[in-house]
Design a protein around this ligand. Structure first.
Ligand code: BT5
Length: 266
């Protein structure tokens, strides 16, 4: 057993999220595995955690580096909140929850880079991949995939990630008990998920926005066809980024259009 499963299960009893937890030693991708589980009947609140992913995935078919023994590679099945923006709301809930958990674990403040990155010291510590799925029983499920670097040293990362990635251990110099990090994140997720249901999407979006440091920055936006520069002026609740480009024209871009966003002047 790689994880202390009992410790995690015991801490999450009687909760909406984490009632059912699947631990895997290795898997291609927890998100892909979760799609199969949903087909077999798994429902909202189930959590899937792997020690290692051989084909961890990011957005646009990019890969997510997921070595054994060091990080958190986890998918959570959540019932969508609201209607057309349900995946968005769940996405905000997840990112916000990881940010709050990290801020509890480390003295340096983490920040959200639109749309889905969490940065510490300007480097990526966490990525979230939320995917909408439906099953025979449930039409509105979201698989929230969370990848968090915990105990990697700089040498553990491949050369191409060393400049852009970081981990809790790299920042603080100490190792973390992964089970404690998992419990903290899942408790934070439960709190914010309930808040989203009780207080509404707008409430969660505003909380998310407070932690998002992209607004106000000069950014280069890269789409599949072209790139353009502008000042990030706002993020709309549906996830669109509002930009003022170099000709002073306002443009709105969705996370789906954007392959990359590079912040180059604060
Ligand atoms: C993401 O994609 O940031 C979403 C990553 C989600 C990973 C989780 S792990 C559990 C679940 N199961 C999965 O299969 N996936 C989810 P994107 O915005 O496309 O960023 C991908 C880019 O981040 C890559 O192209 C690299 O540049 C960089 N990257 C890859 N692995 C990284 C890592 N471990 N730490 C920091 N950056 C990384």
């Amino acid at each position: 057993m790689v994880f202390n499963e009992e410790m995690i299960r015991d801490s999450l009893r009687e909760r909406l999220i984490g009632g059912d937890i699947f631990f895997l030693e290795t898997v291609d991708s927890t998100n892909t595995y979760t799609q199969e589980l949903i087909r077999k009947g798994a429902g909202g609140g189930s959590v899937i955690i792997a020690d290692h992913q051989s084909k961890g995935k990011g957005r646009f078919g990019r890969s997510w580096f997921s070595p054994a023994g060091t990080g958190l590679w986890m998918s959570v099945i959540l019932k969508g909140i609201g209607n057309e923006t349900s995946a968005n709301t769940v996405n905000y809930v997840c990112i916000l929850s990881v940010v709050e958990a990290i801020n509890d674990l480390i003295s340096i403040k983490s920040e959200i880079k639109w749309p889905n990155d969490i940065l510490l010291n300007k480097k990526k510590i966490c990525g979230v991949l939320s995917e909408m799925v439906s099953s025979e029983n449930e039409k509105n499920l979201v698989i929230a995939g969370i990848g968090l670097n915990i105990n990697q040293t700089l040498d553990d990362f491949p050369a191409e990630l060393r400049e852009i990635a970081t981990s809790l251990r790299i920042i603080s110099g100490s190792e973390y008990v992964r089970e404690e990090v998992i419990i903290k994140i899942l408790k934070s997720l439960e709190k914010n998920y309930r808040l989203a249901i009780d207080e509404g999407t707008d409430f969660i979006f505003k909380k998310w926005l407070k932690q998002c440091t992209t607004v106000g920055k000069k950014v280069r936006v890269v789409t599949s066809e072209r790139h353009f520069d502008g000042i990030a002026e706002a993020v709309k609740p549906d996830g669109r980024l509002v930009l003022r480009d170099e000709k002073n024209e306002i443009k709105e871009v969705t996370p789906i259009d954007i392959i990359q966003i590079i912040e180059y002047i604060s």
